[in-house]
Design a protein around this ligand. Structure first.
Ligand code: PUT
Length: 297
């Protein structure tokens, strides 16, 4: 309700919950897949909430969107030409990818058309990614797994999975059949970057995700990196970055190889505010408890 507090409660972060003061409820609905809400908050601007979990806020979305897009894109040895975003209906990852001048085509497979519609209306700074005329953005409102399974082998240089948490519609995006399909759809030497949850709350999920990815990406590399972000549980969220075998040695994603992404001319995008090459290298440096659980990156 307007004037009340929203508290983010989930079995994925039991006994704790971030609270935000709500100035106004801008949208509340139920799609075929989930509850969708958009609220204006006192501290973080407009916030998108799916099934009670915060997906992005005006104030800190750049941390997540920049890192999930530029960590993999900048790690590639050659400039990427063709990318796929699975999920990411808010458009923020599209905006970030479109700063890579080499990209000719970006496909997005988002299952929930309502997320795209409310984002275009309430988050214009993110949804701007849908309208970059320099990049061919092809929007597919469909099941991401089926889309990836149907893609021709070796189609993409880069796949970014901007999913919600592994409960409800996104659960399958953390499972092996989806990773097998992504591995197939990637070019040799290509790279996948998926939302991979918090070291503080989800170490077991991350461990089993890393083990499954190592099985799928044999001959490649699997590495966990993270960013800080105040409105995600524990203020931290990570990414599983997997590279498909292709060159003489597995690609080490810790090293940025592409120049800093730039805002396409004439676009009203905010400047890069989080990602830089030092942050790229630092994102893979794990605290001792995580290194012990996951092994060296
Ligand atoms: N897209 C990332 C969402 C994470 C929510 N906890």
């Amino acid at each position: 309700k307007d004037g009340s507090w929203f508290t983010e409660i989930s079995s994925l972060w039991p006994g704790t919950g971030l609270a935000l003061k709500v100035d106004e409820v801008l949208f509340k609905g139920r799609s075929d897949f989930q509850d969708v809400a958009v609220v204006k908050t006192q501290a973080f601007g407009t916030v998108l909430i799916l099934d009670g979990a915060i997906q992005c806020t005006d104030r800190d979305e750049f941390s997540y969107q920049e890192m999930i897009a530029h960590l993999p894109a900048c790690a590639l040895p050659a400039p990427p030409k063709k990318a796929l975003v699975v999920g990411g209906g808010d458009g923020g990852v599209l905006r970030e990818l479109s700063r890579h001048a080499s990209l000719e085509e970006i496909h997005i497979a988002e299952i929930d058309g309502m997320v795209i519609d409310v984002s275009k209306k309430h988050f214009p700074q993110m949804a701007a990614g849908y309208t970059d005329p320099r990049v061919k953005v092809l929007v597919h409102v469909c099941d991401g797994i089926k889309f990836v399974q149907d893609a021709a082998e070796g189609t993409y240089d880069l796949i970014v999975v901007d999913s919600s948490d592994p409960v409800g519609p996104a659960e399958v995006l953390f499972q092996k059949p989806f990773f097998d399909a992504m591995h197939r759809a990637l070019k040799p030497g290509g790279i996948v970057c998926t939302q991979a949850e918090s070291l503080w709350y989800h170490l077991e999920i991350i461990k089993s995700l890393a083990a499954m990815c190592a099985e799928v990406f044999q001959g490649g590399a699997v590495q966990y990196a993270f960013t800080t972000i105040p409105t995600y549980p524990s203020g931290q969220i990570g990414f599983m970055i997997c590279t498909k075998a292709g060159g003489s040695a597995p690609l080490d994603a810790r090293e940025p190889r592409q120049p800093l992404p730039v805002t396409p001319e004439g676009r009203d995008y905010p400047p890069l505010r989080y990602y830089n090459h030092d942050v790229h290298r630092a994102a893979f440096v794990l605290p001792t408890f995580a290194k012990e659980a996951l092994g060296p990156s």
